[in-house]
Design a protein around this ligand. Structure first.
Ligand SMILES: Nc1ncnc2c1ncn2[C@@H]1O[C@H](COP(=O)(O)OP(=O)(O)OP(=O)(O)O)[C@@H](O)[C@H]1O
Length: 293
């Protein structure tokens, strides 16, 4: 079957790096005489619906040029179609691609889009919305909320890390009631990260042992911790070395319910989604993606 590429490019991701990546990809596809169409995303709460409306049904390859939010919207747009997804990560955090190998520079990533091997991966579902990387409830949900709603003289990474510092200092632990594969747990936590991938927040490896094709959700919880200890230990998260801290626990589950609590804010693949209740599950080997190795 002839390949047909549908390219979703977000001009806003990562402060506008998509344009240059799109030009290079188009040039390479032209050289190889491949058919492609380009969809430039609009700013919208229902981005997935816009993508779905514009997709042609015989697309073989859906290429996302954007960050985790654009990958998420594309994932939720292709529910009826058996296409392979590939990525050029130009977002701010680009957390999902840190779990896979798509090549380290633009040229390698473009070759992966064209010649990479197919891999079948799991996809998470939260209240009927799919996620590829994960859901952060508590501390990092608060961060995404404040990044969205607070004006700042900074932008991009700098704005994000200013919020990390402020919230790291001020955030108070909250009460979670959770049901994990039938087991009820009540905990006071700073955060709960429910993930398919390993990384959140632009490089924090909260679930370093997560595998994207094992049919399981990996869950990291961090309990009450003084502000001083948070500052002392945050560096460990960059290397996934937080597991030895007494406040940290890891779980694996197929299904999870987080009971209502308006004090808890959450994000799904980096996009703010409000407060629980959340019914979360995993769809094993649901999505085909293209990787380098
Ligand atoms: N044309 C546009 N103008 C402004 N915002 C847009 C536009 N197109 C999409 N968006 C918004 O971009 C957001 C998704 O951005 P995306 O996640 O891809 O990049 P990022 O936030 O820089 O990266 P990451 O999530 O990896 O940190 C969505 O909230 C979407 O509404």
């Amino acid at each position: 079957m002839d390949r047909k590429f549908f390219i979703v490019a977000n001009p806003y991701s990562g402060e506008g790096k998509a344009q240059a990546a799109l030009m290079r990809l188009k040039k390479r596809l032209d050289q190889l005489d491949f058919y492609y169409a380009v969809f430039i995303t609009p700013q919208s709460e229902i981005l997935d619906e816009f993508i779905e409306e514009n997709l042609f049904t015989d697309t073989t390859d859906l290429v996302v040029i954007g960050g985790d939010g654009t990958i998420n919207a594309s994932l939720n747009a292709i529910r009826k179609y058996p296409m392979v997804m590939s990525f050029i990560p130009v977002g701010t955090g680009n957390d999902f691609v840190k779990t896979i190998d798509i090549g380290s520079d633009l040229d390698e990533q473009i070759e992966t889009i064209i010649h990479g091997r197919e891999r079948l991966i799991d996809v998470g579902i939260c209240n009927k919305r799919k996620f590829i990387n994960g859901i952060g409830i508590g501390f990092d949900g608060q961060m995404v909320y404040e990044n969205l709603h607070t004006k700042s003289i900074f932008s991009g990474h700098l704005k994000f890390y200013m919020h990390v510092l402020k919230i790291l200092w001020t955030y108070r632990s909250k009460y979670y009631v959770v049901n994990m594969d039938g087991q009820r747990l009540e905990m006071k936590l700073i955060l709960m990260a429910v993930q398919n991938g390993t990384t959140f927040g632009g490089g924090f490896k909260l679930n370093p042992d997560a595998k994207i094709d094992d049919g399981l959700l990996n869950i990291c919880t961090i309990g009450r911790m003084t502000s001083f200890r948070r500052f002392l230990n945050i560096g460990r998260l960059n290397f996934g070395k937080h597991g030895k801290l007494p406040e940290v626990n890891f779980f694996q589950a197929k299904e999870l319910r987080v009971e209502p609590n308006d004090m808890l804010l959450a994000h799904l693949d980096g996009e703010y989604i409000g407060s629980p209740p959340f019914n979360i599950s995993i769809s094993e080997k649901f999505l085909r993606i293209r990787v380098k190795s």
